[in-house]
Design a protein around this ligand. Sequence first.
Ligand SMILES: NC(=O)C1=CN([C@@H]2O[C@H](COP(=O)(O)OP(=O)(O)OC[C@H]3O[C@@H](n4cnc5c(N)ncnc54)[C@H](OP(=O)(O)O)[C@@H]3O)[C@@H](O)[C@H]2O)[C@@H](O)CC1
Ligand SMILES: Nc1ncnc2c1ncn2[C@@H]1O[C@H](COP(=O)(O)OP(=O)(O)OP(=O)(O)O)[C@@H](O)[C@H]1O
Ligand SMILES: [Mg+2]
Length: 378
Amino acid sequence: MEKKQLKEYIHTCMHQLYGGVIRRQQHLIRCLVGDYHSSSSRSGPLLLVNKCTRMQSVMSGGNPTLEVDALSILRSISPNLDATKHKGQAGRIAVIGGCREYTGAPYFSAISALKIGADLSHVFCTKDAAPVIKGYSPELIVHPLLEESYNVRDEDITTSLNKVLIEVDKWMERFDCLVIGPGLGRDPFLLDCVTDIMKNARQNNIPMVIDGDGLFLVTNCLDLISGYPLAVLTPNINEYKRLVQKVLNCEVNDQDGPQQLLSLSKSMGGVTILRKGQSDYISDGKEVKSVSIYGSPRRCGGQGDILSGSVAVFFAWARKLVGNGEPDINPAMVSCIAGSALMRKAASLAFQDKKRSTLTTDIIEHLGRSLEDICPVR
Ligand SMILES: NC(=O)C1=CN([C@@H]2O[C@H](COP(=O)(O)OP(=O)(O)OC[C@H]3O[C@@H](n4cnc5c(N)ncnc54)[C@H](OP(=O)(O)O)[C@@H]3O)[C@@H](O)[C@H]2O)[C@@H](O)CC1
Ligand SMILES: Nc1ncnc2c1ncn2[C@@H]1O[C@H](COP(=O)(O)OP(=O)(O)OP(=O)(O)O)[C@@H](O)[C@H]1O
Ligand SMILES: [Mg+2]
């Protein structure tokens, strides 16, 4: 049996054998916390799932000592669907991004949030990008509120900035999580607007997933997120390199990658960082975990955008668990682990179907089935 088939086979068996038991465990989060800190508190089925995940991790080249039981975590934070809930309770997400050049990235991020189970997904983008993004999908709520410098006269800069902020402010408190940066671009006026939006979000304790050009912004203005526990950064290889150079004043050290990631997160006051790559590494400055399951060899652009939208939804869900009396988990860590696992599973399924022609839209189409395989709706 080939490696990939074996992985799928083990996964299917474990799911069939224990999926129902795990879903019924009301105390799964306590097991999850035990999994972070010790192995002695694992329950029977969870232990077996852990073994399975570790086996997958070893096969996919991850670090088995850091590998976390991502599938159990994903199951533990996914809410039940029932008739008592109303629109909004499964998450209201907003993506701040989309400009003249980039309309795909904010769309990928926002639509992924919906496909996973968020109830509402908004996009705040420039006036030029809005009709294009609306044209991709009637599901998204698109606000053409942002401006780029070429559209703003010098003498109007302050009034235009204030106008943008007043408009965005009206919506801010409604969101469970923001995704800052997919397809944002690097226009100075636009980045000034987003700087103020982020300050406002922080004052209102709104979680933020920062990706793409949002990372360009915060790397040049670390105070925006430093010490904010509700910030998640999702750097790719280039974005990570820039962060390490700026914050740690050195080059990326792959010999001791997890330790360097831990230092980076600690130096930024405990923001959670998801370093994307062959294995994804996640740290909140206290611990480092890895997710290496599934994955695909296809590297088409846009996969990081799916991830940012996914992490935002899981952040909203995990935060609700904390609100319901599970204070021991860090929702930022948990959401990164869940987002990484789901993205990698969807990418592997899409690749099975489409091989070299796999596109980001194909991966998005597999998000629902991936979540259903891991965590079926009751
Ligand atoms: N379909 C879509 O719409 C997609 C859109 N996407 C969106 O693209 C944006 C950039 O993200 P990315 O991942 O290409 O950035 P990354 O790997 O750091 O840079 C690669 C190289 O490019 C350069 N560079 C980048 N931006 C630059 C700029 N404005 N002006 C000048 N140089 C710039 C960069 O240079 P450097 O920063 O090193 O100076 C590096 O050498 C971001 O908004 C993302 O969300 C993606 O999500 C994919 C799908
Ligand atoms: N070599 C790899 N093997 C397997 N999975 C990978 C590999 N590199 C990245 N990934 C996965 O792809 C996802 C996106 O990571 P990537 O580094 O491509 O982000 P990105 O460059 O920001 O993407 P985008 O094109 O959306 O900006 C991550 O979830 C990561 O797990
Ligand atoms: Mg990216």
